[in-house]
Design a protein around this ligand. Structure first.
Ligand code: ZN
Ligand code: ZN
Length: 236
């Protein structure tokens, strides 16, 4: 039988999005170099083993999420790989990047005692439909789908919706404006009660200040969600 992937590989050799090496879309060496074992409070950088917000930030900001985990820093090879996925439209990068998410998540879950997969629900951070139409896909959804296949946790893309078209967060310099930009940007569809799951995992590609995750989590909290964990490829 013809192996279609092999023919494709022959016609279009796969190059690592990080180092340009042969045969792997994001090679083991680049992944290992980008992966961060440690975790911490995304708001102030205070290190811990869980990715939870530190007591200080919890008091000051009352974040609607329990924790935010990231697989690596947003620079070097990892930044290149995310860029290629989003703008180079190399969808095949979702798999190796989701493997990094899974490694991070499984590491942390071990630390917090094993919890059955059925307790979790995966929700990708949605794009506004106009932006998704322009790009042709939602990179967070591609990542969430692959992450779901690896972990056997259910993924739903019909619960959270982005109803407001907002300029890209990275294009807004001011931190306060970034927060304002996203006010009321997410809506939860009331068809499925989010109270069904003890824990929701919100997935996105990059988190800088965590503002997007916060606003999405806020909408889910208002709809009755219990615990929410943010999981992103890169922080920076
Ligand atoms: Zn590489
Ligand atoms: Zn903190």
């Amino acid at each position: 039988m013809l192996n279609f992937q092999k023919i494709l590989d022959f016609l279009i050799p796969r190059r690592c999005a990080g180092c340009g090496g042969d045969n792997e879309v994001f090679c083991r060496a680049c992944r290992a170099a980008s992966f961060q074992k440690s975790a911490g409070c995304i708001l102030c950088g205070f290190r811990n083993n869980t990715g939870e917000f530190c007591p200080d930030c919890k008091r000051k900001f009352a974040p609607p999420l329990k924790s935010v985990l990231w697989a690596g820093r947003y620079d070097g090879e990892l930044k290149k790989a995310i860029w290629e996925l989003k703008y180079g439209k190399r969808r095949e990068l979702a798999r190796p990047l989701a493997e990094m998410l899974a490694e991070k998540f499984l590491n942390m879950r071990v630390l917090q005692n094993a919890v059955p997969a059925g307790n979790f629900l995966i929700i990708p951070i949605p794009l506004h439909f106009k932006r998704q139409y322009e790009r042709g896909f939602n990179q967070a959804e591609l990542l969430a789908r692959e992450f779901s296949k690896i972990t056997c946790i259910t993924m739903r893309n019909d619960i959270l919706e982005k109803t407001k078209e907002t300029p890209a967060q990275v294009k807004i310099e001011n931190k306060e404006l970034r927060l304002k930009n996203l006010e009321g940007a997410f809506k939860v569809s009331l068809g499925t009660p989010v109270t069904k799951w003890p824990s929701i995992i919100l997935i996105d590609d990059v988190a800088t200040t965590g503002a997007t995750l916060m606003h999405a989590a806020e909408a889910l909290k208002n709809a009755g969600a219990k615990e929410i964990i943010g999981l992103v490829i890169a922080h920076g």
